[in-house]
Design a binder for this molecule. Sequence first.
Ligand SMILES: Nc1ncnc2c1ncn2[C@@H]1O[C@H](COP(=O)(O)OP(=O)(O)OP(=O)(O)O)[C@@H](O)[C@H]1O
Length: 249
Amino acid sequence: MIEVRDLRKRYRGGTAVDGLSFSVAPGRVTGFLGPNGAGKSTTIRLILGIDRPTGGTATVGGRAYASLERPLTQVGALLEAGDLHPSRSVREHLRWLARSNGIGERRVSAVLEATGMAGAARKRARALSLGMRQRLGVAAALLGDPEVLILDEPVNGLDPEGVVWIRRLMKGLAAEGRTVLVSSHLMSEMALTADHLVVIGRGRLLADSSTAAFIASHGGSGAGLEEAFMRLTSESVEFRAGVRDEGVR
Ligand SMILES: Nc1ncnc2c1ncn2[C@@H]1O[C@H](COP(=O)(O)OP(=O)(O)OP(=O)(O)O)[C@@H](O)[C@H]1O
């Protein structure tokens, strides 16, 4: 369970997260949606203790991330900008992460298999394609067999087979009773993957409901998730480039 309560983050240039409260329940995939600049990555960084909030709290299993002793065994995260040492191999990277969290070599091999990276275990990080880096990031997130998974744009760079793989993986993890929070701009993918949605705009909560209820209440008859999302967030879009309103009605 992830709990965000009245979370705020102000930067010098403005407010990124503005009194956000929501919970992410176990046993289902929760999509975390919002237009560019809505505050999704900032919220995720606050949950993971990478940034400090200006106000409010974010807890995982009732505790602040920073207070967890072996964080990888409780929360696995895939962030957009991975911190890969360019000359380290795939296996060395995972070993390095595993060691600091008391995780053994067998688990390193297991996540390499699970993510389709076993054949690339000796490749240097600098030689990886974007899709392979994403798979390695997922492998790192799974390393500690955590109850909570937070994936920021996991579909990024994946080929069609990879997209199907990550979709099945997330659904499988949720079916095992884990908490899965995933941010994405790909509405078609979210419609297939997410059971529940948390939608934000300009740092504020716009919706927190099942995917079906979200589409029913914001989309109108015959509408899909993309249309429902664009209708709800049209007031919150910060960066609009050549999208005309008549195109989204
Ligand atoms: N380190 C920072 N310093 C100043 N402003 C920041 C910083 N990080 C984010 N912001 C601002 O906070 C707001 C929210 O950004 P954030 O990256 O969290 O949004 P997002 O929903 O993840 O967007 P995207 O979908 O484009 O990734 C933006 O206006 C952004 O410019």
